[in-house]
Design a binder for this molecule. Sequence first.
Ligand code: ADP
Length: 167
Amino acid sequence: MVHAIFPGSFDPLTNGHVDLLHRALKLFDSVTVAVLVNAEKKPLFTCEARLRLIRRCLPPDRIHVLSFDGLLVDFARKRGAKVLIRGLRAVSDYEYECQMAMMNRDLDPDIETVFLMPKSCYSFLSSRMVKEVAGLGGDVSHLVPPAVLTALKEKFDLDDRDDRPSL
Ligand code: ADP
């Protein structure tokens, strides 16, 4: 049984994340989606909300959804996982992802990072873009699962217009 960890901030989950996860499930027996608690200083969604949304959008079979903080390799060891999944979108991801993969290998040589590429239509999709566009009232319905779309609408309808991020 090969178990993999898919770490990230998932603030919020996008169709790019979902695409990657389905690819990972073709390669590994089970995947833990690991939500980084303090990924950003001011995430749009609380960690609990992000976990709830991910659980609602993904089939429970072979997928676990948990939060973590501290070193990713420590979390992976605790879960008995030897594989970390990361996404490579455009070339711009490459340098940062290399640094992380090399550092994680340094910390634990038994854990491998595996890079997967999404369907091309999601190559330029990020949670940050989704938040910015949704915050300005743009249509992101083709970029996020329906439950995330509803959560974004609720979030921005409740918020004061002045708090919206600008592009
Ligand atoms: P973001 O960079 O969108 O804020 P996260 O920090 O949640 O995303 O990223 C978690 C992982 O998911 C990272 O490995 C990232 O490369 C990957 N990822 C995010 N968006 C996409 C996408 N559109 N296609 C493929 N991988 C993605």
